[in-house]
Design a protein around this ligand. Structure first.
Ligand SMILES: [Zn+2]
Length: 137
């Protein structure tokens, strides 16, 4: 693992924190995510909790981005409601994010210790779905 330091997109954290503070309600919506598109736009979303496996905010943001015509994301961050700050992606989201955006940057850590890492660094020795498709070139 490299010790490379990447800049932290604080505007992106603020966007997610704003959505977490103003849009999360009750038990159904407790997390917000913000993603920076390649063109600089910020897309935000909240999770849709359900006991059957409702999607995390990071997954909802992928669909929200696509609905706006954004199919490439540069950086993503998730922030918890009730001032919980930056929350790292769960295992499922790490896998999905890696498969969708192999070069994605993810903001992790809390308060003054936030940092930007590559999604691949959050999932070492990972299963790469595309490598196991029979029609892969
Ligand atoms: Zn997740």
């Amino acid at each position: 693992m490299t010790a490379q330091t990447r800049p932290v997109d604080h505007e992106l954290i603020q966007a997610a924190a704003h959505v977490a503070r103003t849009r999360c309600r009750g038990d159904n919506h407790t997390m917000a995510a913000a993603a920076r598109a390649q063109d600089g736009r910020i897309i935000t979303a909240v999770n849709a909790y359900h006991f059957t496996g409702g999607p995390c905010a990071e997954l909802v943001v992928i669909g929200a981005a696509a609905a706006q015509g954004v199919y490439e994301l540069d950086t993503i961050v998730a922030v918890g409601d009730r001032d919980r700050g930056v929350v790292p992606p769960c295992g499922r989201c790490r896998q999905v994010l890696l498969d969708y955006f192999p070069a994605l940057k993810v903001i992790v850590g809390n308060d003054d210790r936030v940092r930007t890492v590559l999604v691949a660094d959050l999932l070492p020795e990972s299963y790469v779905w595309a490598d196991h498709q029979l029609d892969a070139e």
